[in-house]
Design a protein around this ligand. Structure first.
Ligand SMILES: Cc1cc2nc3c(=O)[nH]c(=O)nc-3n(C[C@H](O)[C@H](O)[C@H](O)COP(=O)(O)O)c2cc1C
Length: 180
């Protein structure tokens, strides 16, 4: 797929077929996502793939802050990607001080770029995804035994799409662009 077509046709997919995304396809998606730019090439993002039905259900039921919409998406997806970030690197100097006034918020910036690249690569391979921002990060970190010093950035349920989606309305370029 051409890059622009991939960018323009990617949609958030919230209903999936039961079929699992294979290890080979996951490898190809993550290899593509590994080409994302990152702060001083620190590459702090990790992709934790939850396939266990019990673990996925635990996260859906107890890690979505009572938001049933996200609970149902996770329960209906064959796999859940927990995107995590290794702390104390991105946005930091070697002596542990922050480089800029944005402090460690560059971590989320890098995780966002990586997540979008992951979703675009997945779309190119026919795999649907949706980025979820409403979740209980402490519950999920505990449930997946996230290594000390890592934080959960986002959840991305994935699978083969079982719905056709129309793009929600976008702002015009006149609204988005300011030339000065
Ligand atoms: C940071 C972020 C958080 C999001 N959180 C949720 C969420 O919790 N639940 C959900 O269903 N969609 C979530 N979305 C998906 C957006 O609703 C979706 O991207 C937007 O409506 C545009 O639709 P499209 O992705 O199909 O173009 C999130 C997207 C982003 C980037």
């Amino acid at each position: 797929m051409e890059a622009l077509e991939c960018i323009k046709t990617r949609r958030s997919i919230r209903k999936f077929k039961k079929e699992l995304v294979t290890k080979d396809t996951l490898n190809a998606i993550i290899e593509a996502a590994s080409m994302s730019p990152s702060w001083k090439n620190t590459q702090i993002v990790r992709y934790n793939i939850v396939e266990s039905e019990d673990l996925k259900k635990d996260i859906a039921e107890n890690g979505t802050l009572g938001f049933e919409h996200n609970r149902d998406i996770i329960n209906g997806a064959p796999q859940l990607v927990v995107v995590s970030m290794i702390g104390m690197r991105c946005g930091y100097e070697r002596d542990g001080s922050f480089t800029t006034s944005k402090e460690d918020r560059w971590e989320m910036f890098d995780a966002g770029i990586a997540s979008q690249t992951f979703c675009l690569a997945a779309h190119d391979m026919g795999v649907g995804s949706v980025i979820l921002g409403i979740f209980d990060e402490d519950q999920i970190a505990k449930a997946i035994s996230l290594p000390e010093g890592e934080k959960v950035a986002a959840l991305i349920p994935i699978g083969y799409p079982d719905q056709e989606c129309v793009a929600p309305k976008r702002k015009t370029t006149d609204e988005l662009m300011r030339v000065m």
